[in-house]
Design a protein around this ligand. Structure first.
Ligand code: SF4
Ligand code: SF4
Length: 283
């Protein structure tokens, strides 16, 4: 079962929820798709690490063949090519679409490989820990996410820690999800951020529910938002300073605190039942 954990912005507790769900799931795979800032591994501290480099294709121009027609420059919608007295390639903004090499009438453009990041695999107790890590300055983490998702194990729980927001890399991360958990803080800004990811899961027609993190009993607008939209609130995790302390020490809360072990086990059970229910009602 593949469970994606999303939030409209960073810092809402998305990784906290993902890491603890993987922990209580027993034999499971935690996949960190937040490739710009992967930090789940800081909690799991995995061992037996292996690393795969991820490459994309970048154009390379043979100036001995190039006629200077500039068709490639006009074609590139990402402004990754320019012509002075030869074609210049700005690798950092190239999206590796391959179009320029196809359009070149002189066949002057070939492609070379460029490393954009790595996928790390390790183990922490019963959890396989997969981390996609993008090199600083790269434009797209999609190839790294695609490679990371190849580690999905169809016999176990896979918890996918998505990038924040609702951009195309988030869409790639939830593509294979059976269920999406939307994590939000109970504030007016939280409602706005939740709305972004809510629209996304609706668009993809994914079963979903919300976890309200850092919850307090004060009047909070996000609960009203969920009620208005008829969004299932799966869990309210109360604001608790001890969680902050454990998190900042890189501890997995459900490994060291029975109350939270129970809370995350119950959350996993609720999501599992929701997936079964969705499978029965939408076979
Ligand atoms: S399209 Fe080909 S021939 Fe024309 S400028 Fe670009 S590389 Fe040179
Ligand atoms: S591969 Fe695509 S994005 Fe990169 S330079 Fe060529 S046309 Fe532009």
């Amino acid at each position: 079962m593949n469970i994606a954990v999303l939030s409209g912005k960073g810092g809402t507790g998305k990784t906290f929820i993902s890491v603890n769900l993987s922990e209580v799931a027993g034999n499971s795979t935690y996949i960190d798709c937040d490739v710009e800032e992967p930090n789940g591994h800081l909690f799991f501290k995995p061992t037996n690490i292996t690393r795969n480099s991820i490459y994309v294709n970048i154009p390379e121009v043979d100036n001995n063949i190039c006629t200077g027609c500039k068709k490639c420059v006009g074609f590139c919608k990402f402004n990754a090519l320019a012509y002075t007295n030869k074609v210049l390639v700005f690798e950092d903004v190239c999206h590796s679409c391959g179009g320029c090499s196809i359009i070149c009438p002189a066949n002057a453009i070939t492609e070379k490989k460029k490393e954009i990041g790595i996928v790390e695999k390790g183990i922490s107790n019963n959890v396989s820990v997969i981390s996609g890590i993008m090199n600083i300055g790269e434009v797209s983490g999609v190839p790294i996410i695609k490679e990371s998702l190849k580690y999905i194990d169809n016999n176990n729980y896979n918890i996918i820690d998505c990038p924040p927001g609702s951009s195309c890399i988030v869409m790639d991360s939830i593509k294979d999800a059976d269920y999406c958990i939307l994590v939000a803080e109970p504030t007016i800004f939280g409602s706005h951020n939740l709305n972004m990811v809510y629209d996304l899961v609706k668009l993809f027609n994914k079963p979903h529910g919300v976890v309200l993190n850092k919850y307090t009993d004060k009047n909070n607008p996000i609960e009203e938002f969920c009620n208005e939209k008829n969004i299932n609130i799966l869990e309210k995790i109360y604001f608790d300073k001890s969680i902050g302390n454990l998190n900042s020490n890189g501890e997995i809360v459900s490994r060291v605190n029975d109350k939270y072990k129970e809370l995350f086990s119950s959350l996993l059970e609720k999501v599992t039942k929701e997936v079964w229910h969705a499978e029965i009602t939408n076979p």
